[in-house]
Design a protein around this ligand. Structure first.
Ligand SMILES: [Zn+2]
Length: 256
């Protein structure tokens, strides 16, 4: 099945969907990402491309820019003209296609998302050994809004993890200082460690890793999404069609 992915950046989400068996086409307005994106990348405005071509795909994933929503950027929100409240316009475009969709964003954007589901590294046992031999676990909650009722595999729980780590800019790179002095997040200094932690196998820059949707998250979504679409299309789903008609959350799906 064919998936359209907008705001593809350096292809973290892309890699997971490919592992789940999807044929992925990316769209990004920033031509520079084409150097790192691991598949076909169309240079175009996301909302425009979705409105014009979204119906040609079986499903659509979007990661609208998060800068406007990020709490740390709030003081600059009024003066930074490149940033925008990006989710509503993208959702409108997605809904115009009648296709199942996924909108990914950061926790700070949760108020602008409809019933988002959290996925985190702990749900997929994402962990690796740091350069000092210490076992570290990925703590990277990301929100996902869908119009097809995606459920998380389990709850976010790090209570049994001694050391957690993430991947974002501006963090301290000393895990002991991060945990015991600043009581904040830790990002490993070794890029290969961060890649293993995120489940990334292809080349990315540090900025790509900071913005990356870990591939195991979208692999999980991709499997659930294709199972959902197959269930909708199977003849035996006639029974569930009646049930579907009684719930307003599912989109109209054209038979292809
Ligand atoms: Zn977690």
């Amino acid at each position: 099945m064919r998936l359209l992915e907008t705001h593809g950046c350096q292809g973290g989400a892309h890699a997971g969907y490919v592992r789940a068996g999807w044929d992925v086409t990316g769209v990004d307005i920033d031509r520079r990402h084409a150097r790192y994106y691991p598949g076909e990348l169309v240079i175009a405005d996301a909302a425009t491309y979705i409105r014009e071509h979204g119906h040609e795909y079986d499903a659509i994933h979007t990661s609208p820019p998060c800068q406007w929503y990020t709490r740390g950027n709030a003081p600059r929100r009024g003066t930074e003209t490149r940033w925008e409240r990006s989710i509503p316009a993208i959702r409108d475009a997605l809904q115009s296609t009648g296709r199942p969709y996924v909108i990914e964003n950061v926790k700070d954007a949760g108020w602008d998302m409809e019933s988002p589901v959290t996925l985190c590294g702990c749900m997929f046992d994402l962990s690796t050994t740091d350069t000092d031999g210490v076992e570290i676990h990925l703590q990277r909650p990301r929100l996902f809004e869908t119009n097809w009722g995606m459920k998380p595999p389990r709850k976010c729980d790090h209570s049994h993890h001694t050391w957690v780590a993430g991947a974002y800019g501006g963090a301290r790179r000393d895990k002991y200082e991060a945990k015991y002095v600043r009581k904040g997040g830790y990002v490993p200094k070794d890029k290969e460690v961060v890649k293993r932690l995120l489940g990334v196998e292809h080349h990315m820059t540090w900025n790509g890793l900071y913005e990356c949707v870990p591939p195991p998250y979208t692999e999980y979504i991709g499997v659930a999404l294709s199972e959902t679409i197959e269930a909708w299309r199977s003849p035996s789903s006639l029974i569930s069609t009646a049930r579907r008609a009684s719930t307003a959350v599912l989109p109209p799906l054209s038979q292809t």
